[in-house]
Design a protein around this ligand. Structure first.
Ligand SMILES: C[S@@+](CC[C@H](N)C(=O)[O-])C[C@H]1O[C@@H](n2cnc3c(N)ncnc32)[C@H](O)[C@@H]1O
Length: 316
């Protein structure tokens, strides 16, 4: 088990000029007391983002990329002309897609807060994490309980280049980044165990991830395989593109996306999304528009349905 204070960064910068936190000192350290609630609002330490540089050669700037388009829609700066071009073509055809991206982030914030403060979950495995932006999982979790431990997983070279911004942590907690294909549990799970204690409940976050696994059986098998590795009392938080709202427009977006963006995407019906929770206890209000999953008082006035549907389930 590692502690954030023991973290070191490889001088191998993957050609980016940024040091990425892809390696950790494998030293055993004290694991923070489980189940103990901490004061809200504890300061979270932030390292300044590394200076922008030319993209490393491993980054394909000729084809639009899912994480970078998402970053563009969320108002970030870590995207390239091709992402902005395709992103704006898609949002011109369906402007609500930008609301959906924001709603997905809102769902992340409410879910993580709920899991930490109401259920005492202090460990998160965030697979298919995006580029660092506002309200990253560890920031939300550690603001409620500083001892939270978070592992981010992705195989996107630009996200790896920016992983340092995901690796800030409170001294009591820890963050780690696993450079692995989100569809490769055999690679993810052993590396996630560097920072997470698999004997204690963990929240698996699959937000905007299973929509890139086009085959239904493969997508269900992936979620089930990951949940099988977690102890009872663990949670699955899932958010994915759905066909429930403006299905004709969504089908066009999917078509346009799959012509121009990597990785390709699939929209699923609500019933297909509910199947991800077949072996779990699905929390209220079930699988709904991300904007309508337990909106906070300030958001209740305009919980417009978006094309991202989400749900949270508990492993019994
Ligand atoms: C739309 S972003 C979601 C970002 C983040 N989880 C969030 O909620 O803001 C989708 C992420 O899935 C990652 N991904 C890449 N290849 C994938 C694959 N084959 N299967 C699943 N996810 C993949 C992408 O790199 C991207 O970061």
């Amino acid at each position: 088990m590692i502690d954030s204070r023991d973290r070191w960064y490889l001088s191998d910068d993957h050609g980016t000029g940024h040091r990425a936190g892809a390696s950790i000192l494998a030293r055993r350290v004290r694991f923070p007391a489980e189940g103990r609630k901490h004061k809200k609002g504890a300061p979270v330490t932030h390292s300044p983002l590394p200076a922008r540089r030319d993209p490393p050669p491993s980054i394909d700037t000729t084809r639009a990329n899912a994480a970078r388009i998402w970053n563009y829609w969320l108002g970030g700066k870590d995207n390239y002309p091709v992402d902005r071009l395709v992103g704006s073509q898609i949002s011109a055809a369906m402007p609500e897609i930008v609301d959906a991206a924001r709603a997905e982030r809102g769902f992340l914030v409410r879910t993580v807060r709920h899991l930490v403060t109401d259920t005492g979950i202090y460990q998160f495995l965030d697979i298919g994490t995006g580029l660092p932006t506002a309200n990253n999982t560890h920031e939300v979790a550690q603001a409620s309980a500083p001892q939270c431990r978070i592992v981010y997983v992705n195989n996107d070279p630009l996200i790896l280049a920016h992983a340092r911004a995901l690796l800030t942590s409170t001294p009591e907690g820890a963050t780690d980044y696993v450079d692995a294909d989100p569809r490769d549990p055999d690679k993810i799970l052993p590396q996630a165990a560097r920072a997470l204690d698999f004997t204690q409940p963990i929240a698996l976050m699959l937000l905007g991830t299973v929509e890139h696994v086009l085959d239904n059986n493969e997508a269900y098998a992936l979620a089930n395989r990951l949940m099988d590795a977690l102890p009872s009392g663990s949670y699955l938080a899932l958010c994915s593109l759905a066909t429930e709202v403006r299905s004709e427009a969504i089908n066009k977006v999917v078509h346009q996306w799959n012509k121009s963006v990597t990785p390709t995407i699939k929209a699923r019906s609500r019933q297909e999304l509910i199947r991800f929770f077949d072996r779990l206890e699905l929390l209220e209000p079930g699988v709904v528009s991300a904007s309508q999953w337990r909106p906070e008082a300030a958001e209740r006035e305009a919980p417009v349905e978006v094309c991202k549907f989400s749900g949270v389930g508990r492993k019994l």
